[in-house]
Design a protein around this ligand. Structure first.
Ligand SMILES: [Mg+2]
Length: 348
């Protein structure tokens, strides 16, 4: 596999939030292989991620012939080893890695799912809906979603646990006893707040509390994972297999939530599944029903659950629309995605 060309740009996305996800956020990466096959990936890091690709990863990747995507991934890690273990560099590598997997699969006329397993593909995967306010929660419940994750950062850094309990109880009453409820604090709480909340919502049946404290507060995660009556989830802001191995070794979380577009790409996500299996940790990738994570979840996860796609993920066509059974898995060559040309070429 000889890579002839790599380009990266930041798309103008309809509905992009006016924060780091736009300014520092998603980038589209396109590679071209010898023979004319091209591949598409989405990474992160915004203009800084593009700079990493253009100034460092290109010079490393265009020289060699790789037998598989993992070899190219190793070359990128080696090339950035002295400065790129978290954040922008793995976010940039993610986009390139996904583009390479896309092209590699297309070269063989396989979907990415078919590259990862010989098992028959499921038609759909169960999914959960992430909601940010009461109206979204109500809509998700009315649509009969299997599970709902409530973002609770709007209640502040030290919310009254009884306010959170009221929210969870109201959601439980609407959902009924069999569906799942999760909470996401987006790293805003501390250990004491998390335990106080966990104690008063435990009996309402909550599958996990996600990112209760900031992502680097690892000893706090270990404390919480040992003391909370509700499982602790995290990893949305963790990177590379070394980062997830560290979380596992520290007993920091019970649920890994890697983001394939940030953590290091498909190569890293496959390694994370292996680490998780050894450690007995569940994997529920961040925004897993978007087209890059979905085939990996379908192929590798014994207890699959795909998070709803983000509304701002609008630069790529190929995001499967959920139906009453969950999110459909498509088996087109590669990841089955294409750029929505008319909206996104302006800033290329
Ligand atoms: Mg989250």
């Amino acid at each position: 596999m000889k890579i002839l060309k790599i380009s990266a740009w930041q798309p103008d996305c309809v509905g992009s939030p006016p924060d780091w996800r736009t300014k520092l956020g998603q980038i589209v990466v396109e590679i071209e292989l010898e023979g004319g096959i091209s591949g598409l990936g989405v990474g992160g890091g915004g203009q800084a991620g593009i700079h990493v690709i253009e100034s460092v990863l290109q010079e490393c990747l265009l020289k060699e012939n790789y037998s598989c995507p993992q070899e190219a991934h190793s070359a990128m890690l080696e090339h950035t080893a002295f400065y790129g273990r978290k954040g922008i560099v793995p976010m940039a590598i993610s986009g390139v890695d996904l583009a390479i997997w896309d092209a590699y699969a297309k070269q063989r006329n396989f979907s990415v799912y078919e590259l990862l397993t010989d098992e028959p593909a499921p038609a759909t995967l169960p999914m959960y809906q992430t909601v940010f306010d009461d109206a979204e929660a109500l809509a998700a419940v009315e649509q009969g979603k299997e599970a709902v994750k409530l973002h609770v950062e709007r209640f502040g850094d030290r919310p009254d646990p009884l306010v959170i309990r009221k929210l969870v109880r109201a959601t439980r009453e609407k959902l009924g006893p069999s569906k799942s409820i999760m909470l996401d604090a987006f790293g805003r709480w501390d250990v004491e707040t998390t335990l106080r909340v966990a104690d008063v919502i435990y009996e309402l049946g909550v599958d996990w509390i996600e990112e209760p404290v900031p992502p680097d507060a690892l000893s706090d995660y270990t404390t919480l994972n040992q003391r909370s009556p509700i499982p602790i989830a995290g990893g949305e802001h963790e990177y590379l297999s070394e980062g997830f191995k560290d979380l596992a070794d520290r007993d920091a979380v019970s649920v890994f939530q890697p983001d394939i577009n940030w953590c290091g790409g498909l190569t890293t996500l496959v390694e994370i599944y292996r680490i998780a299996e050894e450690a007995g940790i569940r994997v529920v990738p961040h925004r897993g029903s978007e087209p890059f994570s979905l085939p990996v979840i379908a192929a590798l996860d014994k207890n699959p659950l795909a998070e709803s796609a983000r509304k701002w993920f609008t630069c790529i066509d190929g995001v499967a629309l959920p139906n009453v059974d969950g999110v459909p898995l498509k088996l087109n060559p590669g990841f089955g995605v294409r750029i929505i040309e008319e909206k996104n070429q302006g800033s290329r």
